[in-house]
Design a protein around this ligand. Structure first.
Ligand SMILES: Nc1nc2c(c(=O)[nH]1)N[C@H]1C(S)=C(S)[C@@H](COP(=O)(O)OP(=O)(O)OC[C@H]3O[C@@H](n4cnc5c(=O)[nH]c(N)nc54)[C@H](O)[C@@H]3O)O[C@H]1N2
Ligand SMILES: Nc1nc2c(c(=O)[nH]1)N[C@H]1C(S)=C(S)[C@@H](COP(=O)(O)OP(=O)(O)OC[C@H]3O[C@@H](n4cnc5c(=O)[nH]c(N)nc54)[C@H](O)[C@@H]3O)O[C@H]1N2
Ligand code: SF4
Ligand SMILES: [Mo]
Length: 854
């Protein structure tokens, strides 16, 4: 059944122009300051309309619970969300929703949400010290923010402005890119560097796309999961949940993970690898595939005379091999693989050679129907780029590139870009944009490669050091939104220090968060899933979908959309004060249907959404996939689907330099060489400074890099194996009651607790028993939690789910709001380390922590 009674805003007949909720009868008292109550307004204020009616209706929208961006439906009664399910119209998640999607409603109606703008009265910015927030009006808040921005502009100091973005929607360029550039700052910092850029690097240099692949689960015969738990995490959890059961009845699954994940528990092979040794195992698998003659002759080619010369320890003459759709297989063999036997790998990885051999043979036999799914485990590590290249290279070796049952890039899509800012950049802005960025990208030890260019990648986590050290310059004004780096970034305490040192800092957030604690002004954001319009793009299941976040409920509080309404207000106020460029720019985002200029932030949001998606809903501009009659019909369906992936569409025309799948990469060589030349050094010296062992040509092929795990010289310590919970909506579900109640959905975990899973052998040695309170520490930082003795972790490691340990995120997430954390945040004991080639933060195989009874 599909009921659609939600009218499309902006359709000619139903243009919504509602008065925004005014004022809100606050009950703040200074006496309450210091407690959580200071961060919330009263629940007064009337709904701006009553929608859904008493009997209700299903309305499509898009989940913002994780980076899967599933297309969902919400049941709305009297303007309130009451239930969630998948949207059948999506060909990516096919009407399915994962378990944590339901917590979206708890997030939406969380009584601890920010309900109105607030201003700090206590200048001392420190954990545990009450900020003394008091309510202010939106106008007062925007007035102060624009004063600070204009001050920078007057002094030609716009490079001292910083924008920090966590999560986002397709409308993010409005605040993140256009606003920052028109103000005149190079400092656009987002969360990419906290995520998985090293994985993208492997797809770029080998297959020619900077992004995430998709996998054809419905036809595959073998999957190796490298440090990913696809039924709990990754980017298509709803689709994986619904397809995995049928898939494992037909295909085999091997999971490489030091921890028995939910996926490993149902897999054919669990390979509890020593953290950081993924490159060794991937190399050995490639070695076996070649020595046993299991590579794809169709894709890779063959020896001219048909005789397999891949023999242990023996180099091969390139002339003897007729390589087809790949580049560099013989170089790769000669430089790296010839000695990478399963026995060699077994010694390092601590898993049996026979198992490595068996997995390699089964994977090789599955051929073009084999998947090598490389998750964050092996790549978000120091030296992770080379693990990523090694894991993804297997896809090329068996020719499972864009094949049925194989690995593929995302389908083409046709978003219409928003107008560019160039005409609105004045000389002040241009001066500001010429400065280096605060994240120190491009320094000798931080090549930070993005696509073919060194020095252009996002080193998100380094920005904290840049701010603290005022290097390359001071940051005087900062705005952040939809992110919580003082919780989500390794070395989290540095962010407390950094944010606390910025003279004027604004956070736009749905919740009081660890970052908002340090803000001078806190702006309450509309909830991304239920209270704003915006498009998002994702792919999976051989399709791409462009799915809409929609305003489907009545806003209960005085909140605004982070990416549109807030920057619009800033633009208007800047114009009032004599700097009209931003507003003039935003006015170019016209309604593609009527040509009307936006008159307010709500219209900016709507017109931008219509603009970006016009090639889907305007039948005259249709370029493929679902075809709609009108904006209204698209809005009411909530999602556009691409045509199915055309199998083997990139065979022979891979968008790499050679048009082939590249084991050996000239563009990578050029990027590293360019970085070396900039610093007047050799590529070997760059490798050394950036902490890699590769020298010479090895740097341009997938190869083994030993892990670099930091310790304090304490061999007693355990290597931390961080992992996401099935119920993590990244770092932001910790104030939902269900997060705790159902925590035992993660193998080894316990409901209502935060546990560290320790192998009984280690526990005995450390004198720790089941249920003990324990301390985990690294250098001066420590966290506390409970011990769980469990054989699902490799001896020598300790596995702990990320997500708890909030000290300022609401009444349930913290034991004492603002002061005392509930459970422990792993990011406080993971030091800030990097895969330096890309600037990706390291989480795994990064630190050996001390574990002891509390
Ligand atoms: N230890 C460890 N750390 C990790 C990870 C891990 O696996 N382990 N994962 C990493 C990864 S992959 C990523 S991508 C990053 C993500 O890190 P972040 O981008 O920082 O994401 P969150 O921690 O979820 O913080 C989101 C913030 O936005 C607020 N919020 C929620 N909804 C909205 C909204 O609609 N609008 C606005 N304006 N605000 C909203 C929340 O209250 C919260 O403060 O975390 C990284 N951190
Ligand atoms: N449940 C849930 N799903 C999510 C999100 C969420 O917050 N919660 N966030 C989304 C986001 S932003 C992202 S980026 C994706 C990320 O999804 P994935 O790429 O799947 O990565 P993670 O979930 O971070 O999982 C890291 C895994 O690596 C394992 N690991 C640790 N050390 C090692 C090692 O040395 N080697 C190997 N092989 N494995 C190791 C951990 O046990 C864990 O299983 O998930 C998305 N989906
Ligand atoms: S997988 Fe992520 S985006 Fe999809 S329903 Fe679950 S939480 Fe939402
Ligand atoms: Mo991520």
């Amino acid at each position: 059944m599909k009921t659609q009674s939600h009218t499309a805003p902006g359709s000619r007949k139903s243009f919504l122009k509602k008065a925004l909720m005014a004022g809100s009868g606050l009950t703040f008292g200074s006496a309450l300051s210091g407690s959580l109550s200071t961060l919330k307004a009263s629940e007064s204020g009337k709904p701006d309309s009553v929608r859904g009616g008493k009997n209700g209706c299903w309305a499509p929208t898009t989940c913002n619970g994780c980076a899967s961006w599933c297309s969902l439906e919400v049941y709305i009664q009297n303007g309130r969300a009451t239930k969630i399910r998948g949207n059948n119209a999506s060909k990516v998640n096919e009407g399915k929703a994962c378990p944590r999607s339901h917590m979206g409603i708890q997030e939406l109606y969380d009584p601890d949400r920010l309900k109105q703008p607030m201003k700090r009265t206590n200048p001392e910015k420190k954990r545990g010290v009450d900020p003394g927030f008091v309510p202010i009006s939106w106008d007062e808040a925007i007035d102060e923010i624009t004063d600070r921005i204009l001050e920078l502009r007057e002094k030609d100091e716009t490079h001292k402005y910083m924008m920090v973005q966590g999560r986002n929607s397709g409308l993010h360029p409005i605040i993140y890119d256009r606003m920052t550039r028109i103000i005149g700052s190079p400092n656009r910092i987002n969360s990419d560097g906290l995520c998985q850029e090293a994985g993208k690097l492997s797809h770029w240099y080998q297959c020619g796309f900077w992004g995430f692949p998709q996998w054809d689960l419905k036809h595959t015969r073998y999957i190796i999961c490298w440090g990913t738990d696809p039924v709990s995490s990754t980017r298509q959890v709803s689709h994986h949940n619904s397809s995995w059961g049928k898939m494992i009845a037909r295909a085999k699954v091997a999971v490489v993970d030091p921890r028995l994940s939910a996926t490993a528990a149902k897999a054919d092979e669990w390979m509890p690898i020593k953290p950081g040794e993924d490159g060794a195992v991937a190399g050995a698998i490639a070695h076996v595939i070649l020595t046993r003659g299991l590579w794809s002759k169709e894709f890779v080619g063959d020896f001219k005379d048909g005789e397999n010369r891949f023999k242990i320890g023996q180099t091969v003459d390139e002339e003897l091999f007729d390589e087809k759709l790949t580049k560099g297989v013989i170089k790769w063999w000669n430089l790296e693989l010839k000695d990478r036997t399963p026995e060699w790998a077994a010694e390092r990885a601590g898993i049996p050679a026979e198992q490595i051999e068996r997995v390699a043979i089964d994977f090789g036999r599955a051929g073009s129907q084999a998947i090598s799914m490389v998750g964050r485990g092996p790549v978000a590590q120091p030296r992770g780029s080379y693990n990523a290249l090694a894991g993804n290279a297997l896809v090329g070796l068996v020719g499972a590139v864009g094949t049925e049952g194989g690995n593929m890039s995302g389908n083409p899509f046709f978003n219409e870009p928003l107008p560019g800012p160039d005409d609105y950049l004045d000389q002040t802005a241009k001066n500001g944009l010429g400065h280096p960025t605060i994240d120190q990208r491009g320094r000798l030890d931080l090549p930070a490669i993005f696509q073919n260019q060194a020095g252009t990648g996002m080193v998100s986590n380094k920005a904290a050091d840049g701010v603290i050290d005022k290097d390359p310059n001071e940051i005087k004004v900062a705005i952040s939104y939809y992110g919580n780096f003082a919780f989500s970034a390794p070395g989290a305490r540095r962010w407390e220090k950094a944010l606390g040192s910025i003279p004027f800092y604004v956070d736009i957030n749905t919740h009081p968060s660890e970052v908002s604690w340090f803000a001078d002004i806190v702006l309450p954001a509309a909830n991304g899933m239920f209270e704003k319009n915006a498009p998002v793009v994702r792919h999976g299941n051989r399709h791409r979908h462009v799915t809409l976040h929609r305003r489907v409920v009545d806003r209960l509080w005085n909140v605004k959309s982070d990416e549109t309404e807030v920057p619009w207000m800033i633009a208007e106020k800047l114009a009032e004060k004599g700097f009209p460029n931003l507003l003039d720019h935003y006015k170019t985002y016209r309604d593609p249907e009527t040509g009307a200029e936006p008159q307010n932030g709500e219209e900016l949001e709507l017109f931008a959404t219509k603009h970006i998606t016009q090639n889907y809903w305007n039948p005259d501009r249709h370029r493929g996939g679902d075809k709609f009659e009108s904006w209204e019909s698209f809005y009411n369906t909530g999602v556009w689907n691409s045509d199915p992936y055309v199998l083997k569409r990139r065979w022979g025309n891979m968008p790499t330099e050679s048009g082939k799948f590249e084991f050996y990469s000239e563009p990578l060589k050029r990027a590293i060489t360019q970085h070396a030349e900039k610093h007047g050094l050799t590529t070997d010296q760059v490798m050394e400074s950036a902490n890699y062992v590769a020298r010479g040509e090895q740097a341009f092929i997938p190869h083994y890099e030993p892990p670099v795990i930091i310790d304090e010289g304490n061999n007693d310590g355990l290597i931390l194996v961080d992992h996401k919970s099935r119920l993590n909506r990244e770092g932001r579900s910790a104030n939902s009651p269900w997060y705790y109640e159902f925590k035992d959905v993660d193998p080894g975990d316990v409901a209502n607790q935060d546990v560290a899973k320790i192998n009984p052998k280690d526990a005995r040695r450390l004198g720790i028993s089941e249920g003990d309170d324990i301390v985990m520490s690294f250098k001066e930082n420590s966290i506390t939690c409970k011990a769980r003795l469990w054989e699902g972790v490799r001896p020598g490691t300790v596995a702990k789910s990320y997500g708890q340990g909030h000290w300022a995120f609401g009444r349930r997430a913290s034991l004492e709001f603002g002061k005392k954390a509930r459970g422990g945040n792993n990011n406080e004991i993971i030091p800030a380390e990097y895969d330096r080639l890309t600037g990706t933060s390291a989480y795994y195989a990064t630190v050996r922590v001390r574990v002891s009874k509390a």
